[in-house]
Design a protein around this ligand. Structure first.
Ligand code: NI
Length: 179
C-alpha cells in the first residue's frame, strides 16, 4: 500500500467536480485501499478522490471512535438518496484545510447509496458523525469544501489564519536550515 499526498487549498483540483467511475477495476480497489491508509496515517475520518488528486467519485470514511474497532467504508459513486429535515451543527475540519475548524449546519440523518469495492450496490443509513462525514466527503466530489458553507467573512478569516500559520512555519523552517 502507498501513502498518498493530500492536497491542500488553494489547489485547483479541490474545486473541481469528480467524474463517475464506470467500472470498479483492481486499480480503483488499490486506490481505495491507499486512500484508507492515507486517511488513517493522517488521523482523518474521511477522504475523497479530489483530495489525493484523483477526479473520480471515490470516498473512504471511518468514524469509529478510538476505543471502537475500525469501521472502514469504501464508497464508489456515492449518492445521498434521502435526508432528514432535522439539521445539526457540528465543528468540522478537513485534511485539505489543516488545523482549521468551523461550525457547519448539515442534515442530521442521511441515507447513501454506493458501490462497494466489489462493485456491489449498497445502502447505508447514518446519523451522528457518520452522517456529517458522508455529507462533507460527497461535497468534495462536487468541488465544495466545508468552508464554502460559511459566510464570506468567516471563510476569509479562516483562510487568512491558515496562510498566516503557513508563513510562520516556512519562516521557522528557513531559520532552522540556516543554522
Ligand atoms: Ni474534507
Amino acid at each position: 500500500m502507498t501513502k498518498l499526498t493530500v492536497l491542500e487549498i488553494p489547489n485547483p483540483i479541490l474545486y473541481e467536480k469528480a467524474q463517475a467511475v464506470e467500472c470498479v477495476t483492481p486499480e480503483i480497489q488499490t486506490l481505495l485501499s491507499d486512500m484508507l491508509e492515507t486517511m488513517y496515517k493522517t488521523n482523518g475520518v474521511g477522504l475523497a478522490g479530489n483530495q489525493v488528486g484523483v477526479l473520480k467519485r471515490v470516498v473512504v470514511i471511518d468514524c469509529a471512535g478510538k476505543e471502537e474497532k475500525p469501521d472502514p467504508i469504501k464508497m464508489v459513486n456515492p449518492k445521498i438518496i434521502s435526508r432528514s429535515e432535522e439539521m445539526v451543527c457540528h465543528n468540522e475540519g478537513c485534511l485539505s484545510i489543516p488545523r482549521e475548524y468551523a461550525d457547519v449546519v448539515r442534515h442530521e440523518k442521511v441515507t447513501v447509496e454506493y458501490l462497494d469495492e466489489n462493485g456491489t450496490l449498497k445502502q447505508r443509513s447514518a446519523d451522528g458523525l457518520l452522517a456529517i462525514a458522508i455529507q462533507h466527503e460527497l461535497d468534495h466530489l462536487e468541488g465544495i469544501l466545508f468552508i464554502d458553507h460559511l459566510s464570506p467573512l468567516k471563510r476569509k478569516m479562516l483562510v487568512k489564519h491558515l496562510e498566516k500559520r503557513r508563513r510562520k512555519q516556512a519562516r521557522l523552517e528557513a531559520e532552522n536550515t540556516q543554522e
